[in-house]
Design a protein around this ligand. Structure first.
Ligand code: ZN
Length: 474
């Protein structure tokens, strides 16, 4: 029996020729003009569609949609292919447990190639698995190395990664990006549950951390611990923070973090399935999409109709490199907006398209009295006032009296101990939220740290919505 050694499992030279990492990307592909980008996308799109015809999950769906091999002649035909959603993958898993037909791979394939399982993070119940062969695995490391180089990381830097290396992908993602593709030393401390916050800070000061990759919630928590314990964050001389800012449209969260940590903060966007398709350059003016790896479309939330650049809708991604599983017209239901179609060159020199900060999950969108409300849209109001801790949780309830049914949202906002003028703060927040959300909500001021179970106390993204209607208690 032959062992499928990792070092033999990839054509490494072909990998970096096709998908250059780090500096090599910044100096070549990232500077392509629109024509060159379109050529690369067209070639790779036709290759991946050809490949996916051999995947039974896609073949069946495409045939049921009336498509035949050869119908897709160029990237312009992408709209002929049906979209897939997470429900399709979940059904696929139910029909063919434990991983589903769409992966095009099972544990028995482990005799010919190394396989790794990752999953979505911070979910309740059984996590949704996604398989990786060395090809997909290394490419996600390459994605991170590209973002890190352009944001200013250099060999010899030390990046602290307070995310646990478990089935969720985030910690692994930055570990790979640093260790395999950037020459940056990863310090994988795990979340605050693994390495307590005080020890995280000791490690950072002792071992020379000068880069961080983390969610804002945790970094702000860490900053407050630093304040209590007498650590001066200025002395860390942090080069930058790679974060996930969410819908920080007025820049208040970034400003707060940059002031607290004394360094630039860059936004990124990713999921365990697509890796990190979008990242900010040093212009801090939109997230560049890695268009040599993905084709992105924006679809209307209700009708799935493809929208022109500038309009808000669901992000639909086609991965040009993923074989296990192929991701073709995958509707992520992440609400975004394209802010640049790439025709105008960015100040950093790139023609890659740019999207706005991630606006929210359209799954988390609540219809409140006819208005679409995103709980994440509270961010600006909450982080914009320094009497709050920056944490909040929306609770939606149905109030019935006789025939009158009314859905109400209460926004619980954490307030720092000893904060002045609580009544004034409540009124100010209610006023601002009414304008930001488009509906009237009630603000409830709650003590600092009381929402920890939903926010920085969780692994992965913070939870911002509890929907108590229809017997839901998620
Ligand atoms: Zn740029």
């Amino acid at each position: 029996m032959k062992v499928p050694y990792y070092y033999k499992s990839l054509d490494w030279k072909a990998l970096v020729r096709e998908y250059p990492p780090s500096k090599d990307f910044a100096e070549t592909v990232f500077r392509y003009d629109r024509k060159k980008i379109a050529q690369v996308q067209n070639r790779r799109f036709l290759e991946i569609v050809e490949y996916a015809w051999r995947n039974p999950f896609y073949r069946r769906r495409w045939q049921a949609h009336g498509l035949r091999k050869g119908d897709i002649k160029s990237v312009k035909d992408i709209v002929k292919l049906p979209m897939v959603t997470v429900e399709d993958f979940k059904e696929g898993i139910k029909a063919k447990p434990p991983f589903g037909e769409h992966q095009g791979l099972g544990t028995r394939d482990g005799v010919r190639t190394p396989i790794k399982i990752q999953s979505s993070g911070g979910t309740t119940g059984m996590p949704r698995p996604t398989l990786f062969t060395p090809w997909e695995w290394e490419i996600q490391g390459i994605q991170g190395s590209r973002a890190l180089w352009i944001q200013g990381a250099r060999p010899g830097d030390v990046m602290q990664i307070p995310a646990t290396l478990y089935t969720a992908n985030l910690g692994w993602f930055f570990y790979l990006s640093c260790f395999h593709w950037s020459g940056v030393l990863p310090v994988t401390t795990g979340s605050g549950n693994v390495t307590p916050s005080r020890r995280q800070l000791e490690v950072a000061f002792e071992w020379g951390t000068n880069l961080w990759a983390a969610f804002p919630e945790y970094l702000m928590h860490l900053a407050s611990v630093a304040g209590q314990e007498g650590f001066d964050l200025k002395k860390l001389k942090t080069k930058f923070i790679a974060a996930f800012l969410g819908p920080d449209l007025d820049g208040s969260l970034r400003k707060l973090m940059e002031g607290t940590w004394h360094c630039p903060v860059y936004d990124n966007y990713g999921t365990h399935e697509v890796g990190l398709p979008a990242f900010e350059c040093r212009e801090q003016d939109g997230l560049h999409m890695m268009e040599d790896m993905f084709i992105l479309e924006v679809a209307d939330v209700d009708t799935d109709e493809i929208l022109p650049a500038g309009e808000k809708g669901n992000l639909v991604m086609t991965s040009l490199y993923r074989h296990h599983p192929p991701l073709i017209r995958y509707n992520l239901r992440d609400y975004i907006r394209l802010v640049s179609d790439g025709t105008r060159r960015c100040g950093c020199g790139s023609h890659f398209q740019k999207m706005d900060h991630f606006l929210g999950r359209s799954d988390d969108m609540v219809k409140l009295r006819g208005t679409n409300v995103f709980p994440m849209a509270c961010l600006g109001a909450v982080t914009g006032d320094d009497r709050t801790t920056g944490e909040w949780l929306c609770v939606v309830e149905r109030k019935e009296s006789g025939l009158d049914i009314r859905d109400e949202m209460t926004v619980n906002v954490e307030v720092k101990e000893g904060a002045a003028d609580r009544e004034g703060l409540k009124a100010k927040l209610e006023d601002r939220l009414k304008s930001d959300l488009g509906v009237k909500v009630t603000v409830e001021l709650v003590p600092a740290a009381s929402l920890a179970a939903y926010t920085y106390g969780r692994e992965g993204k913070a939870k911002r919505l509890v929907d108590r209607r229809f017997g839901k208690n998620a």
